[in-house]
Structures are given as C-alpha cells and as structure tokens.
Design a protein around this ligand. Sequence first.
Ligand code: GLY
Length: 374
Amino acid sequence: MSSAFDVIVVGGGVIGNAAAYHLAKAKARVLVLEREAPGGSATRAAAGMLAAQEEAGDDEAFLDFCLKSRDLFKTLVPEVEALAGFGTEWAVTGLWRAAADEAEAASLREKAHRQSERGLPARWLDAAEARAALPSIEAPHGAFLAPEDGLINPVLWSRALAEAARRLGARYAEFTPALSFLRDGRRVTGVRADRSAHAAGHVLLSAGAWTPGLLDGLDLRLPLEPVKGQLMVLSGAPGLLPAPVYAGDGYVVPRRDGRVLVGATAERVGFDTRPTPAAQARLAAWAARWSPALLKLPVVGLQAGLRPASADGKPLLGPAPGWDGVSLACGHHRNGILLSALSGRIAAEGALEGRWQEARGYAPDRFVAAGATA
Ligand code: GLY
C-alpha cells in the first residue's frame, strides 16, 4: 500500500474538483485521480451558463436545488479565485430566452409571472424592449429575462477549483485512470491506479460519463450515458451581446475576450468526441435564424464534450447502492457547471460525514428501487 487518504476522488472534472476543494478546505487528506488532464470532458461541452431559471424546467424541487447552487457562487467564487490566483469570468449578467412564436411568448409570460409570484426576479419584455436590450438577436415575439442568472468561464472555473484544492493540500494524479477497487467484503477500501494501490476512508466517484465503467467493478449498473454536446466558437464580437441568450433549441454565450459560443448539440453517439461538420451546419443554421450578425464572424473552433446524463436527467448524489465506503457525485447532464457549487459541497460532506440529506431527491438508489438499473 503506497499511501492512505481520507477520500479519493475519481475524476478531475468540475464536480470532482469542487468536491476536492471542499474536502481540502475541511482538512481532509484527498487524492484526485484523473484519467487525462483535469478540466473534464463534460466541461468541453459547457458554455458556462448559470441558468437556474431556464434549465430547471417545471421541476420545482430541482429549481430550488439549482437556485441554491447559483447563489453559492457569490461567496465561493471570491474565495476560490483568491486561492487560485486567477479569475474565472463569473458575472451575474442576467439570462434571456427569446420566444419563437406567440404560443411560446404566452408560456414565457406565464413563467415570468409564476417565478415572480414565488419571489424570483423574472421579467417578460415585449418585442420593442427585447430589441432595445438585445439588438443582435431576432426576438419579434418578446423575451423572458432572469436577471440573477449569469455565466462563468467553465474551463477557468474547473481549473481554479483544482488549483485552490491543491493550495489547500489536495494531491492530484493526472493521466492516472482508476483501474479497480480495493475491497474488504462489501466495503470499498481504496483504489488501484497505475502501479499504486491507495487506501482511503472513502472513495467518491465523479468520473462523469465514465462512472458506469467504474461501477462495473462493483457489479453495479446505473442508467447513465454520455450525451455529446458540440459548440461553435466565433471570435471578434466584443460587446455584441450583454448576456447569454437561449432561443429555440440553442443558445449563444458571450465571452469576455470577444469570443462567442453557439451551442449546443445533444447527440447520443457513445464516447466519440470528434467535432462534425453536421454539427457546425446545425449551429450555423441556428445563428442564421436567431442572430444573423454572427454569420459574419470567423469560426475559431468547434468543441465537443460529453454530458453525463442519467435516465431522469438529474444528478446521482449519494452512497453507491449495496456498498460501504463509496459514493457517487455524477450525472449532472446539462447542469454540471451550475451545480458544481452545491454538489461539490454536498459530496464532500457526504464522503466525510455521510451527510447526503440536502440531495435526498438525487440518491443513486432511486434507480435500484425503481428496478431501473441498466
Ligand atoms: N447547459 C447547456 C447544455 O448542456 O448545452
């Protein structure tokens, strides 16, 4: 046995890095095993919207979970940036959805009313108001605005969490895939990786879409699969957009350096992360429909990553069913960046103290109990 840790985090994506940060802050001895470089595969599919009032849909409990996480960024970002020594471009810009037609306008007006009734800042703007606020977007039917949603640079955020965790003593082993578990009966006691075996009080699996492969080693099947997201990156548009805008089945997100991201596809094609011309054509068609000004900008990249999607699209946060000493923090699908603040804290508390109550709606055993294992 080469070393002993309180917690081994398997996966250095945004969720694993957030958990590692909270674990290190709680003075736990933590090792993060990452199969590639930290930064994560799902992060490459992320535009970085903190879109609690958009992505939660009609699920009120999930909306509460998303709002709680969004609000944590206010305190978490300054402390992580101070430790990491660099910024993450976090900003409360507001977040828009342009209505596609009168039917969607009616439903977004109703949503603004419903969210306002429950005390959330939410506004409906008619076509003239939307045009004044978003001159580069086609919104002839008006638009919904969630003024407290915002954005962050997902790559910088994930890196900052990892760097802050390191500064607090977390160890990172990069290009070091977890190979198998050390076990004592039904208890996981550590992880074998590369040529080393590491003992740990707890093992936290936050390996995104790769988590089911790890669970095979525990004869556990949970319904989680990769959903590829491709984003087209344009450059040279500083000030073109004040905030992220959703419309139809896509969105556009400004970066502080003038780049603009147009996203995103949702493709069930296994673990293939190669960008495709078909995706670029689809994203260009979206731009032609919603923001023709974008069509003149140079394409500087097409990036792809894998969202980890569970069968109900919600996270898996809690003990691995049927096992001790091992738990899951994965399956954040379209909301990994947004939920990193809350899920990272809950996962750290769960791994150290067995406290998962805040995430009780997202316990992995909901699939086992429902007989929905893959
Ligand atoms: N959160 C947006 C996406 O996953 O495309």
